[in-house]
Design a protein around this ligand. Structure first.
Ligand SMILES: Nc1nc2c(ncn2[C@@H]2O[C@H](COP(=O)(O)OP(=O)(O)OP(=O)(O)O)[C@@H](O)[C@H]2O)c(=O)[nH]1
Ligand SMILES: [Mg+2]
Length: 359
């Protein structure tokens, strides 16, 4: 899973990136700079617990890659500058967009404007939208130069529908598409079609408060857009990221936080993408595997190895809750809590699976 951190200039994107990935990328920024990239393991206390029991040689968490992209300049999508199109192209490969909004108004040389959440969101979303519109227009005009096949006719009709939607200043993620249409559009990787999470980078003085009442208009706007949001203080998260174990725990407690914002953000990104985890556990390795909600046991097997999928016999499943209650998978089994499931079984988040297969 790739998460792209985007936003206007100097809103705290790199600070957030550093906090999330325990990196130390320069916060100086600059619009021509290459994106900062780092992969982190997804914190999951279920994996911690499984490892405690199995004491495996290797523990493998799920991975998430964060990409910190230079600030988007309003008006860039309409300009022909290669810096602007490079910048927008850096967003293209990501699975989910983490859109950072400045909600701190500390004295800062560059930032004299008061906080304006709605206007800031629109500035960035307009860029994504205009870039998609330009791409569609150029594709349609190129198609018009050639004799059209039936497949091309279908594609053009669909692109015209998207174009009309964008011309009403609506993001593509708000357009309902059929599964066939989604497949047809996959190659384009439209920027406004990507799911977004709005990260409200709040002033540290608000960390114990829900800023909902202060910025109710902005939250109503997000609700209407159907975009999830999360409030985080990048500054505080940077401090947290420098602590370990007990120090981290103490700091969180002192600040009235249940867990680092990093965990909340990754969970939300998982949810937005419809991702869930299942586990394999043994003395060699305890491992988390990422699949989509509603994937079946046969598809889950394919994540591990094509041989396991091909030779699939049954999935031996113990739920995480049963594992926890009985203290180990073996004890849960002895208590009759293990199920033998067929290919079409829909895997549940947290299932501990042992695949039986024959090749
Ligand atoms: N008060 C306060 N300042 C912050 C916070 N987050 C970032 N800053 C400051 O804002 C400035 C910009 O931070 P960056 O993390 O570099 O922002 P950016 O969005 O990556 O900036 P560009 O990459 O240049 O677009 C720095 O001086 C930070 O110290 C915050 O939560 N509170
Ligand atoms: Mg930056």
């Amino acid at each position: 899973m790739k998460i792209g951190i985007i936003g206007l200039s100097s809103v705290g994107k790199t600070s957030l990136f550093n906090a999330l990935t325990k990196s130390s990328a320069s916060v100086a920024g600059g619009r021509n700079s290459a994106p900062n990239i780092a992969t982190i393991k997804v914190p999951d206390e279920r994996i911690d617990k499984l490892s405690e029991v199995y004491k495996p040689k290797k523990t493998s968490y799920a991975n998430v890659e964060f990409v910190d992209i230079a600030g988007v300049i309003p008006g860039g999508a309409a300009s022909a500058s290669s810096a602007d199109s490079n910048l927008l192209n850096n967003i293209r490969p990501v699975d989910v967009i983490c859109h950072v909004i400045r909600v701190f108004d500390e004295e800062c040389e560059l930032l004299t404007d008061p906080v304006n959440i709605v206007s800031d969101i629109k500035k960035i979303n307009d860029e994504l939208l205009l870039s998609d519109l330009a791409m569609i227009e150029s594709r349609i005009s190129r198609m018009n130069l050639k004799k059209k096949t039936p497949a091309a006719e279908l594609e053009e009709k669909l692109l015209e529908k998207l174009k009309a939607h964008l011309e009403e200043e609506k993001m593509l993620f708000t357009l309902e598409l059929t599964p066939d249409e989604i497949v047809m559009l996959q190659g384009f990787k439209f920027l406004s079609q990507k799911n977004q999470i709005i990260v409200l980078n709040i002033d540290e003085k608000y960390i114990k408060t829900d800023i909902g009442s202060k910025y109710s208009e902005a939250l109503a706007y997000l609700k209407k857009l159907n975009t999830p949001h999360i409030q985080i203080s990048a500054k505080i998260e940077m401090e947290i990221s420098q602590l370990d174990g007990d120090d981290e725990k103490m700091f969180l407690e002192e600040n009235g936080l249940a867990e680092p914002g990093r965990n909340r953000l990754i969970r939300l990104a998982y949810e937005v993408l419809g991702n869930i985890s299942f586990f394999t556990a043994g003395e060699d390795e305890v491992k988390a595997w990422t699949i989509l909600k509603n994937d079946n046991a046969h598809e889950a097997a394919g994540k591990i190895h094509s041989d396991i999928q091909r030779g699939f016999i049954k999935a031996e499943v113990v739920s995480y809750a049963d594992f926890l209650e009985h203290g180990s998978v073996e004890k849960a089994k002895a208590a009759g809590k293990s199920r033998l499931e067929p290919k079409h079984y829909i895997v549940v988040d947290g299932d501990i699976i042992n695949f039986r297969f024959n090749v």
